[in-house]
Structures are given as structure tokens and as C-alpha cells.
Design a protein. Structure first.
Length: 396
């Protein structure tokens, strides 16, 4: 029986965002015999990862040329490996469909007398597939055989049946030119400090919900001055806060400085940390470092009883999009509308991840100091400019 190794990966710059997959097949000596990558249009990380696996398994079948093959599929996605191994349930409809497609290929391998097993590997050991998936995200299609041998070019006319994955739908285009109307300016403000902030304790949705300390109130007043000086005589301004006490207190101070009332949107609350509420990262790390790592990796496994970054994004993104659209509609063709969002590190990170095309679990790499300002400009045609991040000049 011929032994083959499939290494697969996929990624999305935005989750969902610009996505691509990568996969390769190695022989028993570790020699790469097939490399594949392609863009997927707009898709989630998990869809891209599953697609990479499907393409890799199909490529292994082609390399085997109908003979029995023993395939080890290696991925750095704990989610896909555990689901394909049958240890984790699959709840999402897209994942169920893709897993069924992958299992059909596994069944085909087994029907020919072969076998397939799934192995999780650290990301550092999956660098070749990761590099291929980045080629896909960059818009490149790859189908090559470094070790020699001929494989059909999926782009050759008359060989559509050889294509492993259908091409992505083209991005929408318009002949109207860029949007030159005034953009909506969004100022993101992180709340001032609480005792939990000073102690480094996690405090999310469903936690203790502490109030600002005197220092936190001073930061809120400084942020109010900073926002007022930055926006100037903006024709339309709206202040929206999360429902958590520290953000709402900070937002009320800012709203008063701008002559408006602070509004509350619960979906802007911080990530729910579940069993980790009130704990420090050091405490969690000592007890279960792997769980902490999984929560901040592409696996995006939530804390026990808490939320994943994907779940945080599912509630933050729609309300943010609505606030921007409402600001645009209220301003019409006059003035430059602005929205001040006073929230937390997690929701601010989600909004920035969308603007910058980052994977959601990476939002903790973006520093947002208590009381700091971040500014974006958004146009109707989808254009986004991040003007600055984590400005603390007003706090000095």
C-alpha cells in the first residue's frame, strides 16, 4: 500500500474575508509530489481550511492512480481534525456540507482498499501548506508537481471536470467610479480603567461589571477632550456605548462634552469569558495553558461557558454596520457624519480586524490602552481607511 501525507491549510483575511486554500501531497520519503492553492473569494477561515483538506485528499487519490493508499492528513486546525475524526460535533451548516464532501473522498479511498487518518500538528510544522494558502489569498492559483509527473492544468479549455474547486465568483465592480461623498468617521474609544483593569483580571459580558476608578474617570474626561478636539465642528455626531458600566460611564462623559446623549448597544459588550471571568491570564495559564492558547489561536475555542471570537464578531459586526449606515442616512449629502463608539478591547479589535483583513483571534495583538482613541473613515462603496490606532496623546 502506497503511503502518502496530505498537508492542508486555509485562511481568511477578515473571517469572513478574502480567503484561499493550500494543500500538498508528500510521498513516503517526504518528497512533495503535488502542490495546490487557489483563491476562494469571500469565505471564513473554517470554510477555507475544509476546502484545503478536500483538495488535498482529492489530490492524494489522483497521485495514487487507483491503487490502495494509506493517507495521513495533517492540519494545524484542531477544529477540522477533531470533527473529521468524529470526536467533535459539527453544528454549522457549511461545515456539515464540507465535512460530508471530505468523508465521501475518505470513503472512496477506503473502497479502493486504502485508509485515511487525521493528525493535528502545530502551525510551525504546517508552514508549507500555510504558504500555499497565502498564495491563494493573494489571488494566485497553483497546481504543480515539484517531483515530476504530469497533472492537467485546471485552466485548460475542455478539462473543467479536472478542476478540484469551482472558481470563486468575481468581486462586484461598478463603472460609477469611487465614492467621493463625505465618509462616515468612526472614533473608537476604550473605556477608562477599573480595579479589574489595574489587577489584570478578565471582565467581560456576564462578569462583575465594575465601575470606573477615579483614574478611570480622569481618563474618560481626557478622552472627551481628545474626541472633541479631533472631530471639531462635525455636523452630525452620535455617541454609542456598550451596556457595561465602565464603557457607559466613559461614554456619558464624552457625550456631555459633545452636547449629545449617550446611547447603549448591548451587542458592543466585551467578550464573555465564562469560567475565566475575574481571573488573570497568569492564573489561567498556570492551570490550563493549552486552553488559553486555543482561545487565541485560529482554532478559536471559547473559554468554558464563554464566547469565541467568531461569536463576538457575529454580534459586533452587524451593529457596527448599522450604526455606520444610520449615520450616513441621517447626514444625507450635507456634512461629515461621525459616530463615537465607546467599548472594550475585544469589540474594538473585531472592528479593526474587519477593516484590516485580520483573522479574529489575532485581535489581542492590537494594543488599545484605556482611554485611547482609534479612528476610521468609511465610504459607501466599501472603502475604509484606518487613520490611527491607540492614540494616547490626550492622556499625557
Amino acid at each position: 500500500m502506497r503511503r502518502l501525507v496530505v498537508e492542508a491549510d486555509g485562511g481568511s483575511r477578515g473571517n469572513p474575508g478574502v480567503a484561499g486554500y493550500g494543500a500538498l501531497v508528500r510521498d513516503a520519503d517526504g518528497v512533495v509530489v503535488r502542490e495546490l492553492a487557489a483563491p476562494l473569494g469571500k469565505a471564513s477561515n473554517n470554510v477555507a481550511e475544509y476546502t484545503g483538506l478536500i483538495v488535498g485528499l482529492r489530490a492524494a487519490l489522483e497521485v495514487g492512480e487507483g491503487d490502495p493508499i494509506d493517507v495521513e492528513a495533517r492540519m494545524d486546525s484542531k477544529l477540522v481534525v477533531e470533527q473529521m475524526s468524529g470526536r467533535w460535533k459539527i453544528k454549522h451548516a457549511d461545515m456539515q456540507r464540507l465535512a460530508q464532501e471530505a468523508r465521501a473522498i475518505v470513503a472512496e479511498v477506503k473502497a479502493a482498499g486504502g485508509s485515511v487518518r487525521f493528525t493535528w500538528i502545530p502551525r510551525a510544522q504546517n508552514s508549507a501548506a500555510d504558504a500555499l494558502s497565502n498564495e491563494g489569498m493573494d489571488g494566485h492559483t497553483v497546481d504543480r508537481s515539484p517531483a515530476g509527473g504530469a497533472f492537467p492544468d485546471p485552466g485548460v479549455e475542455g478539462e473543467e471536470d479536472e478542476a478540484l474547486v469551482p472558481p470563486p465568483a468575481p468581486l462586484p465592480r461598478t463603472s460609477a467610479g469611487p465614492d467621493l461623498s463625505p465618509p462616515v468617521r468612526v472614533v473608537l474609544v476604550r473605556h477608562g480603567v477599573t480595579e479589574f483593569t489595574r489587577q489584570g483580571r478578565l471582565d467581560g459580558r456576564g462578569g462583575a461589571d465594575p465601575a470606573l476608578t477615579p483614574e478611570g474617570m480622569a481618563q474618560a474626561r481626557a478622552a472627551a477632550r481628545g474626541v472633541r478636539d479631533f472631530l471639531g465642528e462635525t455636523a452630525q455626531v452620535r455617541v454609542v456605548t456598550s451596556s457595561l458600566q465602565r464603557a457607559h460611564q466613559s461614554g456619558q462623559v464624552i457625550a456631555a462634552a459633545l452636547g449629545v446623549h449617550a446611547e447603549v448597544e448591548e451587542d458592543l459588550d466585551e467578550l464573555c469569558f465564562g469560567a475565566w471571568e475575574g481571573r488573570t491570564v497568569a492564573e489561567i495559564s498556570r492551570e490550563d495553558a493549552q486552553a488559553l492558547q486555543r482561545s487565541r489561536s485560529e482554532d478559536d475555542v471559547p473559554p468554558p461557558g464563554g464566547e469565541s471570537y467568531a461569536q463576538l464578531g457575529q454580534r459586533v459586526r452587524p451593529v457596527f454596520a448599522r450604526l455606520v449606515e444610520e449615520a450616513r442616512e441621517s447626514a444625507g449629502d450635507a456634512g461629515s457624519p461621525a459616530v463615537v463608539v465607546v467599548a472594550h478591547r475585544g469589540p474594538i479589535g473585531v472592528i479593526l480586524a474587519e477593516a484590516l483583513g485580520m483573522a479574529l483571534p489575532n485581535v489581542w495583538r492590537l494594543a488599545t490602552t484605556p482611554g485611547a482613541l482609534t479612528s476610521l473613515r468609511l465610504w459607501r462603496d466599501g472603502g475604509i481607511v484606518v487613520e490611527f490606532v491607540n492614540d494616547t496623546s490626550h492622556l499625557r
